[in-house]
Design a protein around this ligand. Structure first.
Ligand SMILES: *[C@@H]1O[C@H](CO)[C@@H](O)[C@H](O)[C@H]1NC(C)=O
Ligand SMILES: *[C@@H]1O[C@H](CO)[C@@H](O)[C@H](O)[C@H]1NC(C)=O
Ligand SMILES: *[C@@H]1O[C@H](CO)[C@@H](O)[C@H](O)[C@H]1NC(C)=O
Length: 232
């Protein structure tokens, strides 16, 4: 009797674990921006507008075509010479609702990446978005790392596209002998950007945590903290 009760309990706890896993999977599959309830909701950016999950919509009578057009990618924010002087030789331009209020509630952000020769966008993640990268110019070695620490990486040429699955660690490196440009699309109006290198070395984490995690000594931690480039 006691034995069958405990095996029933074991079965129940197994079922509970399966149910929890299924729930987690369900949540993960549906973790996208909520569907808009109107054709559009051009952001009312005025200081006294109510704040919701995103921005309130400005009156339809105030909406113009310009609200839906973003012109910030016509050129890079810095010159090629300036880009090559940045800490990692690459810069990110991102659409933002201030200059593109028509994107409010549409679940999309775009990026333009500009690389000097050898420039890198260091390891980072976007917790709320899948991302595609299209090479507009040059040759870019890029990839992401999945669970079980598997690397999926490739050298992309002009016109090639890669998708980085939501929230996975990824990076980009210009391996060509010229500057490179990519156009990226992220499936959230607020994808988030976590720079993995900054996340480890910028906060004042007790050295022992980093020492044990990486199998290095205190002096090496100090060296790394002092020498990593500190990304924007
Ligand atoms: C809408 O346009 C009117 C008239 O130009 C202006 O007074 C008002 O501040 C605008 N409202 C918003 C939310 O943009
Ligand atoms: C870059 O590489 C291409 C072929 O890979 C070559 O044709 C071109 O001359 C190179 N340019 C420079 C500046 O080295
Ligand atoms: C970092 O933390 C240590 C103790 O863990 C402390 O002695 C030190 O002053 C802190 N440094 C900064 C810049 O906060």
């Amino acid at each position: 009797m006691g034995k069958s009760t405990s095996s029933t309990q074991a079965l129940l706890s197994k079922l509970l674990i399966i149910a929890l896993c299924a729930t987690t999977f369900f949540v993960a599959v549906h973790a996208a921006d909520p569907d808009p309830l109107a054709d559009f909701c051009v952001a009312d950016l005025s200081p006294n507008a109510p704040r919701v999950n995103g921005f309130a919509c400005k009156p339809r009578s105030n909406v113009t075509t310009d609200d839906f057009v973003y012109s910030g990618f016509r050129q890079a924010a810095l010159s090629d010479a300036e880009i090559s002087q940045t800490p990692t030789g690459a810069i990110v331009g991102l659409t933002n609702l201030r200059d593109w209020p028509g994107a409010n509630t549409q679940g999309v952000t775009h990026a333009r990446l500009d690389f000097a020769i050898g420039g890198v966008i260091p390891f980072h993640t976007h917790p709320r978005a899948s991302e595609t990268l299209l090479v507009l110019k040059g040759t870019v070695y890029t990839g992401f790392i999945s669970d079980f620490n598997v690397l999926y990486a490739s050298t992309l040429k002009q016109g090639d596209v890669i998708v980085f699955p939501r929230a996975l660690l990824h990076f980009q490196l210009n391996v060509g002998n010229e500057t490179a440009i990519t156009f990226n699309t992220l499936t959230s109006q607020n994808p988030g950007f976590l720079d993995s290198v900054n996340q480890i070395f910028e906060p004042n984490i007790t050295s022992a945590v980093i020492e044990k995690s990486f199998g290095i000594d205190a002096a090496t931690v100090k060296l790394l903290k002092g020498s990593y480039p500190g990304h924007p």
